[in-house]
Write a protein that binds this ligand. Structure first.
Ligand SMILES: [Zn+2]
Length: 348
């Protein structure tokens, strides 16, 4: 049942004949996960929250930085100042926009280990990520469990959107079999303009609305040019030998786990996953010798340790900034963990 407040809030949307009361109720009962809360993720979260999607799970591994603000419509300078995790900052804004829905913020990287726990059970997954590896993982999970998802990518003034309905349309792996080969740290970041984000995510949100209303969407890729303002729609057919949607082989979900340190593409950062999930009392970092705390909140601390600068999250995950030297980052991180164990920052 929609409350009188909801009836008022969604009155203009419910006038649209394809939605009505029934459609609005359907949205209220829907669960959506958004992986990545940067440019595309935050725009989609904003639109879906205002639309009245009843439950939104936001998953992001990073904190808000000043260089993010030009291409988002949910994050602001205060989030940068307080070093808020993106998912937490987006959740706070969304609840100010629509307090009648439920929003959950997850501060973590989507990985093989947590993908099923975080994504199984939702009605739709939206791609707010910026890399092929994570998309291949989402695709494997979505195809395996029959969950629709929408691939969304933006670069410079271009955007790409492709809805994937398992069992009906082509999947992501029908068109992309593996991550691009990289030589050293050749991840090139080409920049982006915000109209490309707005146009692309609007198309994705429209497809999301139709999928949540159980309307049929066709297998197609939308190519958006936000400079010339052109949208092209290309029909995509299934690859008869697709490892995922035809052969049911989920290499990116079920393959061997790669742990340790990895360079974050397009940045000067190395991400380190702890050998097992930890619980850190970040406020106990203050006053430790050799550790300089630059900023901290209950989720993350920005610290300097020896010659490393890093973001240390309360589950033990770390992003070492200003380096792409994985060995150095990992060595420093291991030393830091030993110290934190000795000093009682890590809870048993
Ligand atoms: Zn496929």
């Amino acid at each position: 049942m929609l409350s009188p407040r909801d009836l008022a809030r969604y009155s203009r949307q419910m006038l649209v004949k394809n939605i009505g009361y029934k459609g609005q109720m359907k949205l209220a009962e829907s669960k959506v996960a958004i992986v990545g809360c940067g440019a595309t993720g935050s725009f989609m979260a904003n639109l879906l929250a205002r639309m009245g999607v009843g439950y939104i799970r936001l998953i992001d591994r990073d904190i808000v930085e000043l260089s993010n603000l030009h291409r988002t419509n949910l994050l602001d300078e205060e989030d940068v100042e307080k070093a808020k995790p993106k998912s937490v900052a987006c959740r706070e804004k969304i609840l100010r926009i629509n307090s009648s829905i439920r929003v959950e913020a997850v501060i973590d990287r989507l990985s093989k280990q947590n993908a099923e726990k975080l994504l199984v059970g939702v009605d739709l997954i939206l791609d707010g990520t910026d890399n092929v590896e994570t998309r291949l993982l989402i695709n494997d999970l979505a195809v395996k469990h029959g969950i629709p998802w929408i691939y969304v990518g933006v670069e410079r003034w271009y955007g790409v959107v492709m809805p994937i309905i398992p069992g009906e349309t082509a999947c992501y792996r029908c068109i992309i079999d593996k991550p691009p080969e990289r030589r050293g740290n050749a991840c090139e970041y080409l920049g982006v303009i915000n109209p490309a984000v707005a146009l692309t995510t609007s198309i994705a949100a429209s497809l999301a609305l139709r999928i949540l209303l159980s309307e049929k969407v066709e297998g197609a890729m939308y190519i958006i040019d936000a400079w010339r303002n052109e949208v092209n729609k290309i029909k995509i057919v299934r690859n008869p030998r697709c490892p995922a949607c035809v052969l049911n082989r989920y290499d990116y979900l079920e393959g061997e786990t790669v742990s340790g340190a990895s360079v974050i593409c397009g940045s000067n950062q190395v991400e380190i996953l702890p050998p097992k999930q930890l619980r850190l009392e970040l406020e106990n970092l203050r006053g430790l010798n050799e550790v300089r705390v630059l900023k901290f909140n209950k989720y993350v601390a920005l610290i300097q340790f020896q010659d490393l600068e890093l973001m240390l999250f309360n589950n033990g995950r770390a992003i070492v900034t200003n380096t792409i030297d994985r060995e150095k980052a990992l060595r420093g991180y291991e030393k830091l963990l030993e110290k934190l164990k000795r000093e009682g920052v890590i809870r048993r």
